[in-house]
Write a protein that binds this ligand. Structure first.
Ligand SMILES: C[S@@+](CC[C@H](N)C(=O)[O-])C[C@H]1O[C@@H](n2cnc3c(N)ncnc32)[C@H](O)[C@@H]1O
Length: 194
């Protein structure tokens, strides 16, 4: 699963430019078991909506680690990433150098192509308002994660339970719904059709 991406990511940290862009704390957080377990749930959720031709928008794509997994393992999908942190473009393009994909540096609240995709992944929904979800077309396939880890300053839109998340993000069809109990918080994963 996603663990295979970890040594590949460290390979690119030999590039001094990449090393200068990320802190040890960030890499520690990105590869914490909470994160890898959560990404593996997201992969199972993606499998539940995979069509062999998904045109994916990945919101809050961070270092592009899940992008690498998706492009390596799912044939015929396309992935466009959007992240407002401008470092993510450089890091993900370097990490995913072997693949054709697009990365946009933008706040999703002002990204004007959000309704151009048949599939949207957002594993960072706790970091932003629900505007993005309200803007995507009905019928769009989605993979979403949230959590109840509300003591983190950047987590401005947490959920208290899976049911709370299901009420915030109404799906017409649910293909995956899961609560993952982590060390000090819970991660909720939902997939299906808006
Ligand atoms: C800490 S990371 C990832 C957390 C998530 N739990 C995960 O594992 O994928 C959150 C990412 O979302 C991005 N982000 C937060 N708010 C955003 C927004 N409004 N538009 C675009 N990207 C955003 C941040 O820049 C960061 O790269």
């Amino acid at each position: 699963m996603i663990e295979k991406q970890i040594p590949k990511f460290f390979d690119i940290v030999y590039d001094p430019k990449i090393a200068s862009l990320i802190t040890l704390d960030e890499v520690r957080d990105a590869f914490h078991t909470n994160q890898t377990s959560s990404k593996n749930r997201a992969i199972h959720a993606f499998e539940s909506i995979y069509t062999e031709s998904n045109r994916v928008l990945y919101i809050g794509s961070w270092f592009g680690i899940l992008t690498n997994y998706l492009l390596e393992n799912f044939a015929n999908i396309s992935v466009d990433e959007v992240d407002m942190d401008m470092r993510c473009s450089i890091i993900s393009k370097r990490f995913n150098i072997d693949y054709n994909f697009n990365h946009y540096t933008a706040d999703i609240n002002v990204f004007d192509r959000i309704d151009n995709y048949d599939t949207v992944i957002n594993l960072s929904s706790e970091h932003m308002s629900n505007n993005w979800y309200n803007k995507i077309n009905p019928g769009t396939r989605v993979v979403m994660q949230s959590n109840n880890f509300d003591i983190i300053e950047d987590h401005t839109n947490c959920c208290t339970s899976l049911e709370d998340m299901q009420n915030k993000f109404n799906l017409t069809e649910t293909t995956f719904a899961d609560t993952l109990k982590l060390n000090i918080y819970e991660r909720y994963t939902l997939a299906g059709i808006k």
